[in-house]
Design a protein around this ligand. Structure first.
Ligand code: SIN
Ligand code: CO
Length: 375
């Protein structure tokens, strides 16, 4: 399958040649691409509590960073300097952004993070930096000049509000225009400066960091249950140095810890739960006036079932995980729910099985999915 999004490369060739290896610039990846929202709408989002946003400014060579929710005064004041406002998780707030994000679903959903948008005045940007993850940068309105440098042991400006590369020397320079797409692997130094009022969309990926993953797994083991037992020391010696910890206590701790066991099955279950858990700031919006169960079942047969943008429905082997919880289901139901998980929408007739309807209804009431009238 050829793909204009990838400049005529098939997703398979893109993954083999570029993914995590080398940048790719695709001119006019989305012909006729228009901004998903105007700058005023993005500024409004940046003022909302449940939206993750940042304001980056550069005043006389000094960078500053403010985390949202931003105030109207902050946004107004930014006018006189090189500024940029960044809104993360645009896909959670704008259906068009969710659709754009899903165009990248040739990469597993478990690796997709979110769609971030930045708006900037001429001269605005976030300074030279590296990102730990892969990113596709899609140019909306305006033009942006990118300077790139392959991964190396960068030095960072000490004490800066942002993690800025010190003495950034670019090896490559390019200009992006509306509809152009730039893919950058992790670790590439980059600095994008707006040349005109500018909108840039970042399709970002995620991968669990070793430390974070291990910490979360230890918490998971704790919640699952750790070996019990009680320390006993019959017939101890009289203590001449009461401050000393008896070595038998270390023996006991060591034996207790050695009894902690896990299998690959446990790890798989943890990974499914962990990767399908929505981010901590995610809040679902249940329907204000939910349909009663019978009306829901009747509508289901005529509607499209659409997963809410916040919902994570992932499959691992034969288990499905929904928003951090494994689902115990017989095979036939797993298959149809896997189809829903992959496409994130499915005709209700395919799901209107008597045994599934109560489950779908519960998810509908929680705001995990919606019914849409087919066009
Ligand atoms: C931006 O949109 O200004 C920043 C995107 C990036 O450099 O990762
Ligand atoms: Co970046």
């Amino acid at each position: 399958m050829r793909n204009s999004l990838l400049g005529g490369l098939s997703p398979r060739d893109f993954l083999a040649r570029h993914w995590q290896r080398r940048p790719l610039l695709v001119r006019n990846a989305l012909p006729g691409f228009r901004d998903l929202a105007d700058h005023a709408t993005i500024a409004d989002l940046a003022m909302r509590d449940e939206v993750e946003s940042r304001l980056v400014e550069r005043r006389r060579g000094r960078w500053s960073l403010a985390h949202g929710p931003l105030t109207r005064a902050q946004l107004r004041r930014a006018g006189g300097v090189d500024w940029s406002v960044l809104v993360s998780g645009l896909n959670l707030h704008l259906p068009a952004a969710e659709r754009l994000l899903r165009r990248f679903d040739f990469i597993p959903q478990a690796r997709l993070d979110d769609l971030m948008v930045s708006i900037a005045a001429p001269g605005g940007g976030v300074g030279p930096h590296e990102d730990a993850y892969d990113v596709f940068l899609l140019q909306g309105r305006g033009r942006r000049r990118w300077r790139l440098c392959r991964p190396r042991a960068f030095r960072f400006v000490p004490g800066a509000a942002l993690r800025l590369i010190e003495d950034f020397e670019a090896e490559q320079e390019l200009l992006t225009e509306p509809g152009d797409l730039l893919y950058l692997p992790p670790g590439w130094g980059h600095d994008g400066v707006a040349l005109a009022p500018c909108t840039t969309y970042s399709i970002g990926f995620r991968a669990p960091l070793g430390e974070e993953l291990a910490g979360a797994f230890l918490d998971w083991l704790h919640a699952r249950g750790l070996p019990g037992g009680r320390y006993r020391d019959p017939g101890p010696r009289v203590s001449r140095h009461p401050a000393r910890i008896p070595p038998t206590m270390v023996d006991y701790a060591s034996e207790t810890l050695a009894r902690i066991r896990w299998t690959r099955r446990d790890v798989a279950r943890f990974v499914g739960e962990y990767l399908s858990t929505p981010k901590p700031q995610v809040v679902f919006h249940p329907p204000h006036r939910p349909l009663p169960p019978a009306a829901f079942a009747a509508r289901l047969r005529r509607a499209m079932v659409v997963l809410d943008a916040r919902t994570q429905l992932l499959a691992l082997g034969s288990t499905l995980f929904l928003n951090g919880e494994p689902l115990a289901l017989p095979l036939a139901r797993r298959k149809v729910l896997s189809a829903l998980a992959d496409a994130r929408r499915l005709a209700g007739t395919r799901l209107a099985h008597a045994a599934l309807v109560p489950l779908l209804y519960a998810w509908y009431r929680l705001g995990y999915l919606h019914l849409e009238t087919p066009a």
